[in-house]
Design a protein around this ligand. Structure first.
Ligand code: NIG
Ligand code: FE
Length: 434
């Protein structure tokens, strides 16, 4: 007798389950290549959770569903997990992009009062309702790009009331959009103008007033540790205070200048050290076999036209847990496309196709303590899926510049669909249009 489920997704040209590896924990080294591919694959879903994955032929016999969706011709992956984004902002900064293209430096623009401070002025002037509405649109944008779980940071308020407004806006937006959303307090993103002459006073404000007031609204605390912004000692104080208030830790580390940020993240037991374009050999050694995931953001390096892509190859070979993310923000990386980031990870950081899939799914899920819930298609996890119009899983990274995501499925329900052109040269017969 066939077992009843709510929904069956059938005839996926290739179903990338990642079930050849452990369901939880980070994947390191060669384990990043265990994809568990099923040809003509199917997924059975009940109550938003995966009941079974396997060949359509077998699941069609073993399960009966009220609802069946034919995904003929498409490659299906676990929904992407984007573990580093700044989606709460009030305006875009395209003029800075063109200033950089004309030769201006990112940190010089920031030092002159542009950059993060320009976003701060715009955000402070915006009411919470409007900010929440804009953030909600950004969350829908992630879904359209195949991302079903996102980490979002505050950090353009830089005062107690404006950081509170930012985290509230993100919380409200997250409640309205079918996407998994973890919130990060990034009050230590920059020194606001009123504290430029007394930086110590802002660090005290962060530790003594903002942290206790805002910790209930966030899961993580992050710091932009960078020469000229928060130095090593300030970063450490802020993160220690965050931990005392029950927050877990993430870090913008070694992005533009090396600063021992990766080493500090490991020393503090942070869940992630992000960017790492200038990580040192000692930093790689510290991260190897630690549970601090390296969240690499090659879109930012591209957009800032910097030469220093993170040394992903050496990090993977050393046994670091490696993830990739968009860093979506109005200043240094205005993209929500994990598939574009995958292209950059392959072409510029020399990662393998299998590795970028792992780095966009289970490894970032681990860095967000969501690896038991998402990141692979093991039975019991949420049925979060990304449906791609590409000829094979190896075309992850290969197909770039457009959005190959035709459908995004969250908790077993299609929540976003993009109509695409047909690609008859890929040889699919009877491609389903979602
Ligand atoms: O991750 N580096 C600091 N924060 C962001 C950029 C923020 C901005 O420029 O608005 C980043 O690149
Ligand atoms: Fe960032």
């Amino acid at each position: 007798m066939a077992e009843n489920v709510d929904r069956l997704f059938v005839h996926c040209r290739q179903l990338v389950t990642l079930t050849d590896g452990a369901p939880t924990g980070p994947r390191r080294g060669p384990a990043m290549q265990a994809l568990g591919i099923v040809h003509d694959g199917a997924i059975a879903v009940r109550d938003g959770r995966i009941v079974a994955v396997g060949p359509t032929e077998r699941l069609g016999r073993e399960y009966r569903a009220r609802d069946e969706l034919d995904l003929t011709g498409f490659v299906v992956l676990p929904g992407f997990v984007d573990a580093h984004t700044h989606p709460v902002f009030a305006h875009t900064r395209e003029h800075e992009f063109h200033l950089r293209c004309a030769g201006a430096d990112y940190m010089a623009i920031a030092a002159a009062g542009g950059g993060i401070l320009s976003s701060m002025h715009a955000l402070r002037a915006m009411a919470e309702d409007e900010l929440a509405a804009r953030t909600e649109r950004h969350l829908w944008g992630f879904l359209a790009n195949g991302t079903t779980t996102v980490e979002g940071k505050s950090g353009y308020g830089l005062s107690l009331v404006d950081e509170h407004k930012s985290l509230r806006a993100l919380q409200r937006a997250g409640a309205r959009v079918p996407i998994g959303c973890k919130r990060t307090f990034l009050g230590a993103h920059e020194f606001p103008p009123e504290f430029r002459q007394d930086r110590e006073a802002y660090v005290r404000l962060l530790c003594d007033e903002m942290m206790p007031a805002l910790a209930p609204l966030a899961h993580y605390c992050d710091v932009f540790a960078e020469p000229g912004v928060f130095d090593r000692q300030q970063s450490e104080r802020i993160l220690q205070a965050a931990r005392r208030h029950g927050l877990r830790l993430r870090m913008h580390a070694d992005e533009i200048q090396p600063m021992g940020g990766a080493e500090l993240a490991v020393q503090l037991g942070a869940d992630s050290a992000d960017h790492l374009g200038r990580i040192s050999d000692a930093g790689i050694a510290a991260m190897a076999n630690s549970d601090t995931t390296g969240v690499l953001l090659p879109g930012t390096i591209l957009f800032l036209a910097k030469p220093h892509y993170a040394p992903a190859r050496r990090m993977i070979d050393a046994g670091c847990a490696v993830a990739i993310a968009t860093d979506f923000n109005p200043g240094s990386c205005y993209t929500q496309s994990m598939t574009l980031v995958m292209t950059l990870a392959c072409a510029q950081m020399k990662m393998r196709a299998e590795e970028v899939i792992t780095a966009a799914t289970i490894n970032p899920a681990f860095s967000l303590q969501l690896d038991a819930e998402v990141g692979t298609l093991h039975p019991g996890k949420r049925a979060d899926l990304c449906v791609l119009d590409i000829p094979s899983w190896e075309a992850v990274g290969y197909a770039f510049g457009g959005n190959p995501v035709v459908m995004t499925i969250k908790d077993g329900v299609p929540v976003s669909a993009n109509v695409q052109e047909q690609h008859p040269e890929w040889g699919a017969s009877g491609r389903a249009r979602p």
